[in-house]
Design a protein around this ligand. Structure first.
Ligand code: HEC
Ligand code: HEC
Length: 272
């Protein structure tokens, strides 16, 4: 993509603030979301804000959004029986039951005694309730179902809870976020807190928010899970990535979701 004509300083200036609105890099007015009091950022912005006009248009139109192909995969699998129990998701849930789930996940599950995100929840239902094999994170089946489930919350405001038993995971996630790592000795905060809005190679750095996941990435030519994105960002600083679904990434996912409390769910978002 060579649509990114705006370099760091210009992109920063392009976010000119007026009466509760900011002008995005493409001149579109977007509401400013002030961050909570104890938040490290003054304003929170979805990755949408930093992307090109063409990419935004693709995301905004369900017929042009390439992520919707995976939504269709999810919708088909929703009522397809699988596993020894002879059940499908539709045996127990209505799609409308999924409304709001993406806005409050990940959550600490008292029964499982662990933090669960959408992928873990889907796999748990497959294992326990359907007696079916779990899906790998970035398989088309899992991407499809995660997009189908999360898209039921499109337009809803993210509001994850980080108190109670989630608190220790939140703390671990925060430590991970600020930990310098890899040969470049950089933390997530270096790129996504300190330098967001600046250009790095072909990309404008965003705040690294998770409200559009699984996102369709034009560079990947398919959607990817948030944990795949974490791996990619770890590799960019030449640090060893963790496994998808690892406790480290789940804690990071919770912390990142909290940083985006107040943003709207955009799944399936489109990103460069
Ligand atoms: C036999 C019934 C059954 C089937 C089949 C089933 N689930 Fe569930 N699901 C449950 C129950 C019960 C819960 C409540 C949490 C728990 O204890 O597992 C749940 C919870 C969930 C949640 C979390 C909802 C929330 O509000 O936190 C999601 C998401 C979910 N299921 C998705 C799925 C998907 C996707 C499928 C198909 C791949 C599926 N489930 C198949 C019974 C089922
Ligand atoms: C060397 C810079 C760099 C570091 C360090 C880095 N990232 Fe990124 N990250 C990027 C780039 C470049 C992109 C693609 C453009 C963008 O969204 O910022 C990206 C994208 C993302 C996105 C996708 C945002 C969206 O809207 O789709 C998330 C989430 C993310 N990073 C999280 C993290 C986390 C968590 C860490 C720490 C483990 C991290 N990043 C460390 C450079 C970095």
């Amino acid at each position: 993509m060579n649509g990114l004509k705006i370099t760091g300083l210009a992109a920063t200036i392009a976010s000119i603030v007026f009466a509760g609105y900011a002008l995005a890099a493409d001149g579109k007015k977007e509401p400013i979301k002030p961050a909570a009091k104890d938040h490290p950022l003054d304003e929170i912005w979805s990755g949408y804000h930093f992307t090109t006009k063409e990419t935004k248009a693709m995301q905004d139109d369900d017929f042009a959004n390439p992520g919707m192909t995976w939504f269709d995969i999810g919708e088909t699998n929703w009522s397809k029986k699988d596993g020894e129990a002879g059940k499908s998701c539709a045996s127990c849930h209505k799609p409308s039951d999924m409304k709001g789930v993406a806005a409050r996940y990940p959550i600490y599950d008292d029964k499982l005694k662990k933090l669960v995100n959408i992928e873990e929840r889907i796999n748990n239902c497959r294992k326990v309730n359907m007696k079916a094999k779990p899906w790998k994170y970035d398989s088309n089946d899992m991407l499809g179902m995660a997009i189908f489930v999360n898209a039921q919350s499109r337009g809803m405001t993210r509001n994850v809870k980080v108190d109670g038993p989630a608190a220790e995971h939140f703390k671990k996630g925060k430590e991970f976020y600020y930990q310098r790592r890899g040969q470049l000795d950089m933390s997530c905060a270096h790129c996504h807190e300190k330098y967001y809005g600046q250009k790095i190679r072909m990309n404008v750095l965003t705040q690294g928010q998770s409200n559009g996941f699984p996102v369709y990435r034009l560079k990947w030519q398919k959607p990817g899970s948030l944990h795949r994105r974490f791996k990619g960002c770890n590799k960019q600083v030449r640090a060893k990535p963790f496994k998808t679904g690892s406790p480290e990434y789940l804690a990071l996912e919770l912390y990142l979701a909290w940083r985006g409390n107040g943003l709207t769910i955009e799944t399936p978002a489109v990103r460069n």
